[in-house]
Write a protein that binds this ligand. Structure first.
Ligand code: E4P
Length: 216
């Protein structure tokens, strides 16, 4: 499984990158707004930090606007991936931009058929938002199972980015299903390291180490 971090905060990205397993970054307008910095400044800094895909969202709503904005964003760095919303114009723009060799991640996917359309449009990635489905009492992880099945049935090359992850169990279940990518907030990545028996075991080993004679 590839691990992306879901943030626009450069300190968080650097922290996750320092562990050596970070495969990419996802941002969205809300995450960029939380930095209180300009869009351009944030995106350029992230692209300089990370060699893997850096997902940035277009905000135009019509096809010509999305294509124009997408082409401009793609010029920022060669690891830019465009996040385009799951709308009819979004799907049309994706077909066009993908045809030009620009990578697209269809975002705000909430149903298996939306994911099917994303794959048909030639999107490199589709982002189902599982936490937001859980929030409205739908089992978000069922969506991931359905999309994995559909993409496998037809050998679609579109990669699934499990998004809107709220806790480590989301990552565990996504891994069991075999989803290709999880985009995870730093807090949840940190939780993935943790087990109380690791802490207790380490403390005991270090205490016992002190009991070992240091010279004969
Ligand atoms: C994914 O690319 C989105 O940025 C993100 O996962 C949305 O998560 P949220 O539902 O916690 O806002």
């Amino acid at each position: 499984m590839k691990i992306f971090i879901d943030t626009a905060n450069i300190q968080e990205i650097r922290q996750a990158n320092s562990w050596g397993f970070l495969d990419g970054v996802t941002t969205n307008p809300s995450l960029i707004a939380a930095t209180k910095r300009t869009f351009r400044e944030v995106v350029e800094e992230i692209c300089a930090e990370i060699t893997g895909p850096v997902n940035v969202e277009v905000v135009a709503k019509d096809v010509p606007g999305m294509v124009r904005e997408g082409r401009e964003l793609a010029k920022i760095a060669n690891n830019i991936v465009l996040k385009i919303p799951m709308t009819p114009p979004g799907i049309q723009a994706t077909r066009q931009l993908s045809g030009e060799g620009i990578k697209v991640n269809i975002t705000l996917v909430f149903s298996p058929l939306q994911a099917l359309l994303a794959a048909k449009a030639g999107a490199s990635y589709a982002s189902p938002f599982i936490g937001r489905l859980d929030d409205i009492s739908h089992t978000g992880m069922d969506l991931i199972s359905d999309i994995v099945t559909i993409y496998n049935n037809y050998a679609f090359p579109t990669e699934i980015i499990v998004a809107s992850i709220r806790h480590p169990l989301h990552v565990l279940d996504a891994a069991r299903i075999g989803a290709g990518i999880c985009t995870i907030p730093l807090k949840v990545i940190e939780q993935m390291f943790k087990h109380p028996l690791t802490d207790i075991g380490l403390e005991k080993f270090l205490k016992d180490w002190e009991k070992i004679p240091k010279s004969s």
